[in-house]
Design a protein around this ligand. Structure first.
Ligand code: DP6
Length: 328
């Protein structure tokens, strides 16, 4: 018997970052983190478990799954197969709505969609909390792509206590993430390597000390829609993460000269009373966060900059959901 399901899930941008792993097997973070789901960066995943397959297989944007990616997928599927007491292998077809070359991480949307499709195909009745816990096993940040809108990942200290919850619906706040693409190629240092390197930096311990206060301040700013406070915490958090890369052993950086130019342009916009703030995940592309009334002006300014290849506007959206056969 074949078992089939299809799901869609958004990528997310982290406002407080998951950086460094307390447990690299369970992907347990050192701190709570916050994010917003992105409506123009989604992965659609179709999964078919079949008794005739000899191994897991599949494609991402038409390219066969292989190597590390395939190993990670199989490891993840084993956890849900174990719960369902099923041994069938799976065929997976995954498609990203955003250009793969845009350098936007697809592991969050990918594993969130795979979690929902996989558990549905195996007819596991999972709560949102359980889905978030499973998604975390595939990729830490995928735990935050399960709930709706604005999301907090409760760090926890075990598989059961580490999962994400929605703190506000997508329509809570009119934020716009203008993903400013400056480096369309795949990054040289993977996120997983970055997590491991983080703890070699002498600044990492300081970051961990500071985070509880910053986490509370970010939650309040998000809930109260205090954009100026939100923006200043966002930028400090960005440097708190990225300075651990410059000071790691060996040192490295995701930030490029073009990313810096974008960041500095935002200072000029702010001097003209146009509020827009930056953050970067593990890549050179800058997520410029502004509010709806300023979005067109900010996008226009960013597009005119040397080194900017594209600007991809994203708004808050719902989390992962199942799709019917016909649904797009
Ligand atoms: C910088 O979730 O991609 O984007 O658990 O190894 O898959 P793995 O890492 P991943 O790390 C995301 C790091 C980050 C910050 C964040 O999203 O919180």
């Amino acid at each position: 018997m074949e078992r089939h399901a299809r799901a869609i899930a958004p990528a997310n941008i982290a406002f407080i970052k998951y950086w460094g792993k307390k447990d690299p097997i369970l992907n347990l973070p050192f701190s709570h983190s916050f994010s917003m789901n992105l409506d123009n960066a989604k992965t659609t995943t179709e999964i078919t478990f079949s008794p005739t397959l000899q191994a897991d297989e599949g494609t991402i944007n038409g390219k066969p799954l292989s190597g590390e990616e395939l190993a990670r997928t199989t490891q993840f599927l084993n956890s849900i197969r174990e719960r369902a007491k099923v041994t069938d292998f799976a065929h997976i077809k995954s498609t990203n709505s955003f250009p793969t070359a845009a350098g936007i991480g697809s592991s969050a949307s990918g594993f969130a969609a795979l979690t929902l499709a996989g558990t549905a195909a195996l007819q596991l009745k999972c709560t949102e909390k359980e889905l978030s816990q499973y998604a975390r096993l595939g990729s830490g940040s995928a735990s935050r792509s399960i709930p709706d809108g604005f999301v907090e990942w409760i760090a926890g200290d075990s598989h059961e206590t580490s999962y994400a919850v929605s703190i506000a619906e997508a329509n809570h706040w009119d934020l716009v993430d203008l993903i400013t693409v400056v480096e369309p190629d795949r990054k040289k240092v993977s996120t997983t390597e970055g997590h491991a390197l983080a703890q070699t930096s002498p600044l990492f311990a300081k970051r961990i000390d500071e985070l509880p206060k910053r986490v509370d301040a970010m939650r309040t700013a998000l809930l109260e829609k205090d954009f100026a406070t939100f923006g200043s915490i966002l930028e400090i958090e960005t440097w708190s993460m990225h300075l651990t890369t410059f000071t790691a052993l060996p040192p490295m950086s995701y930030i490029s000269p073009a990313s810096l130019a974008v960041m500095r342009t935002l200072f000029e916009l702010r001097a003209q009373d146009i509020p827009a703030f930056y953050t970067l995940d593990a890549g050179a592309n800058v997520h410029v966060i502004t509010r709806e009334p300023y979005s067109i002006q900010v996008e226009k300014t960013l597009r005119e900059l040397d080194g900017v290849v594209d600007v991809l506007p994203n708004r808050p959206t719902i989390g992962a959901r199942l799709l019917d056969q016909e649904e797009k």
